[in-house]
Design a protein around this ligand. Structure first.
Ligand code: NAD
Length: 298
């Protein structure tokens, strides 16, 4: 493939995604404010750029995987941002989870530069990012989706066209609304069961062959030792930070408020994660909900 792919945001997710693009034979140039994260990708064969604007000069396709809306705005629209030197025809794929309105606003600015931007948030966790099996929820026009698909297929397995710009983010926000609620639910139940004297592995096994079964219990169980490769079993590191889950539930609450829809459990789950962040657990994986509950008694 002759096209150069730029990648900005080499964190828990982005580092794996960029690595998979390299593995699939793409020429990849990267940027991150963390020099450590940049160095890891350099070792994997990526070229290194000096800024988002430098990426824009060199790349035909740019993938961004940043924490939140504010970072996306600054990387695209800031002083050394992508739009400072973007080439006409550039394809912009934002994989971050941000609010649907910011996705539409930045895509409008991209269009003024004769570039095309699609919202492409993902689900599947760091494990899915590493294995290249992510689900992409894509918002954009049919023809633009067709252009983006081969690049997304290098990083994911299920590439879903949700509709126009912003609908990928809408789908993602709803997905994480379920995830946040289910993680708090599984954590509450695991904590209660353990405190009532049931072995956690046995309890999780029962959930997973019964009606409590869900991703939070089966693939990502929050109780340490239940699953060998879960963030819970490595001190709640290397997963999806509680601060990011707090952000996503906030996006769901804001979206619901803006159109007058009720969100009783989502609001509660959002408050739960706000408390975790306030207690200093923001950088720990969001399954630390279990640890948080376990400790609230003492
Ligand atoms: P992360 O915090 O691990 O990584 C973010 C990266 O962006 C870091 O390397 C950081 O240095 C870099 N960065 C921040 N500001 C920057 C800037 N101005 N310029 C360049 N680089 C900058 O986050 P993550 O877990 O990889 O998540 C990224 C996004 O994906 C978030 O929106 C998150 O909600 C979403 N997401 C995460 C997961 C997950 O399981 N971790 C799953 C699905 C979606």
């Amino acid at each position: 493939n002759e096209k150069v792919v730029g990648f900005i945001g080499l964190g828990n997710m982005g580092a794996h995604q960029a690595t998979n693009l390299i593995k699939k034979g793409h020429k990849v140039v990267v940027y991150d404010i963390s020099q450590d994260n940049v160095n890891k990708l350099r070792e994997k064969g990526a070229d290194v750029a000096a800024s988002p604007s430098d990426i824009a000069k060199r790349a035909d396709v740019i993938v961004t995987m940043l924490p939140a809306s504010a970072h996306v705005k600054s990387v695209y629209c800031g002083d050394n941002g992508i739009f400072k030197s973007i080439k006409p025809g550039t394809l912009l794929l934002d994989s971050s989870t941000i609010d649907p309105q910011t996705a539409r606003d930045v895509a409008d600015i991209a269009a003024k530069h004769n570039a095309t931007m699609l919202d492409c948030p993902v689900s599947g966790g760091t494990g899915g990012a590493e294995a290249g099996t992510l689900t992409f929820m894509v918002g954009g026009k049919d023809a633009d989706f067709a252009r983006a698909k081969p690049y997304l297929e290098a990083m994911g397995k299920n590439i879903v066209h949700c509709g126009d710009i912003g609908t990928g983010q809408a789908a993602k926000v709803c997905n994480n609304l379920v995830l946040g609620i289910s993680m708090v639910g599984v954590s509450e139940a695991m904590n209660l069961g353990v405190k009532l004297g049931i072995d956690p592995k046995k309890l999780a096994g029962i959930f997973n062959t019964s009606s409590a079964r869900c991703w939070s219990s089966e693939v990502y169980n929050p109780c340490p030792g239940v699953l060998e490769n879960s963030p819970a079993s490595r001190g709640y590191t290397g997963g999806f930070g509680s601060a990011l889950m707090n952000k996503d539930l906030g996006l769901a609450v804001d979206s619901a408020k803006s159109i007058g829809e009720p969100l009783p459990l989502g609001t509660t789950a959002h408050q739960f994660y706000t408390m975790m962040v306030q207690k200093g657990l923001g950088q720990k994986d969001f399954s630390a909900a279990y640890e948080f509950l376990q400790k609230t008694k003492n």
